[in-house]
Design a binder for this molecule. Sequence first.
Ligand code: IPM
Ligand code: MN
Length: 366
Amino acid sequence: MPSLKFAVLAGDYIGPEVMAEALRVLQVVAQRENLRLDYTEAAVGGAAIDRHGSALPESTLKICAAADAILFGSVGGPKWEKLPPKEQPERAALLPLRKHFTLFANIRPGLLYRELTDASPLKTARIPDGIDIVCIRELTGGLYFGKPKETTTLPDGDVQAVDTMVYRKSEIERILVTAIATARARKKKLCSIDKANVLETSVLWRKTVTDYCAQHAPDLVLSHMYVDNAAMQLARDPNQFDVFVTENMFGDILSDEMAVICGSLGMLSSASLGAGKNSRGLPFGLYEPAGGTAPDIAGKGIANPCAQILSAALMLRYSFGLETVATRIEAAVKKAVTSGTRTGDIAFGKPSVATRAMTDAIISNF
Ligand code: IPM
Ligand code: MN
């Protein structure tokens, strides 16, 4: 019986709540599909600070390294907000984890089912068939990681902070490999988003994308867009995009915008892949919902579990090669959130979403 070896890093606030639901779905899936779940839970984020004094303990890294994939919840929240910025869970756990495993390609599907267009702040007339786009975000470069990154007091007593946006051509080319493969599997349309009218890194980005695609992907329809315009176009007519690729910070912002036009942060799943292969010869990856820890609704049983469950489906697809099973989970989620009275109930923590009931509906549709 094939066994699925993955690390479970649930994290903080709603992290463990929605993780429990994803594991519940995976148990049923494993039983039906004759798979064996072989997962190890490990502490991360604020929970790990409280227990081990570090947001990303060495023991957690070891468990991740020994696994074929990481299923991640979410980290951070008010409880740790008073810590120095560099020690806060997001910066001390999630970012180093992405960097440690060189998970440079973040794939975020923006999906709104046509039955749920009411849940989007966009008028249904603009998105009669729902939304189906993909954001490919570079995840280990740019402003998040560039050096220098520091705050200093100047000789005149003023205080100055600096973040550095830096990209190498090779970093741009490797994210393009993911973007091209994703576009090829869909409508063969790729939009690269930058700020080449202002930023040096964007000038390099645009030139690299143009040259690389001309040589390696002449079959794709390639376009370029400035990020400010892209933010507007996403709100105006999201389906003009099919797959878009962009640097780390722009991707962070645009993917939140994408989540809200798709009705809910509670539906946004993501896969972060690198060059590393797991013991099956497939991409090692980290799979996480992109909605955060939602401290305001934690413990109430109303967090939307879909993003975590959809992230688990992405894990089965990319790191375990179980395309058919992943598609069946996605179909079960779709059926659960679009059927009958659930229509419109996908908002993050809307009281009408009962976490367990939502999962039960998904399981019964699998
Ligand atoms: C995301 C999150 C993270 C990011 C934070 C928590 C560091 O917002 O995954 O989009 O900015 O990448
Ligand atoms: Mn974000």
